[in-house]
Ligand binder design. Structure first.
Ligand SMILES: [Zn+2]
Length: 140
C-alpha cells in the first residue's frame, strides 16, 4: 500500500502526525531547543513563549513529525512561511474565524495547519496541492 500517495486526504496521517508533534514537543530534545530559544530560520534568540514548533513540510502536505521535519522557530518566521504559497495567503485571511475554535493546548502553528486543512477542502485546492506534492501519483 502506497501510504504516501493519498497523503493530502489522509485524515489518519494528519491526526497521527499532529498528535505526535505535540508529544515531540515535550521531549527533552525539543524542550532543550525551546530553552535555547534560537529560531531555526532567522537564528535570532527568543523567549520560549515566542517560539513555535514548525513542520518544514506541513503535515497536511505529507510532512511527518520527525526531528528532521520539526524545527523550533519564532512566530514571525512561522508567519512568513505561511505566506509562501497563495493557498497560505488565503488561509491566513480566515485565521481569525477559525483559530478561536481550537484547543488552547495546541500551539498556534497547529491551529494554522488545521485551518489549512479546512480551507483547502472548502476551496477545492487539495487536488492542486496533491499534484504539487506527488507529481508521480497520477503518472499512469
Ligand atoms: Zn525567526
Amino acid at each position: 500500500m502506497n501510504d504516501w500517495v493519498e497523503i493530502v486526504r489522509d485524515e489518519r496521517h494528519i491526526k497521527r502526525e499532529r498528535a505526535k508533534a505535540r508529544e515531540m514537543r515535550k521531549t527533552p530534545y525539543f524542550q532543550d531547543l525551546f530553552r535555547q530559544g534560537v529560531c531555526y530560520y532567522c537564528k535570532e534568540k527568543f523567549p520560549e513563549d515566542e517560539l513555535t514548533l514548525d513542520h518544514i513540510v506541513p503535515v497536511v502536505r505529507g510532512g511527518k513529525s520527525t526531528r528532521g521535519n520539526l524545527v523550533v522557530c519564532c512566530k514571525s518566521c512561522n508567519q512568513e512561511k505561511r505566506y509562501y504559497t497563495p493557498a497560505e495567503q488565503i488561509l491566513n485571511q480566515n485565521n481569525d474565524n477559525l483559530s478561536n475554535l481550537e484547543d488552547q493546548y495546541i500551539p498556534e502553528q497547529f491551529q494554522q495547519e488545521e485551518d489549512l486543512e479546512i480551507d483547502l477542502a472548502a476551496l477545492g485546492m487539495d487536488i492542486d496541492l496533491s499534484e504539487f506534492e506527488n507529481p508521480s501519483s497520477n503518472s499512469k
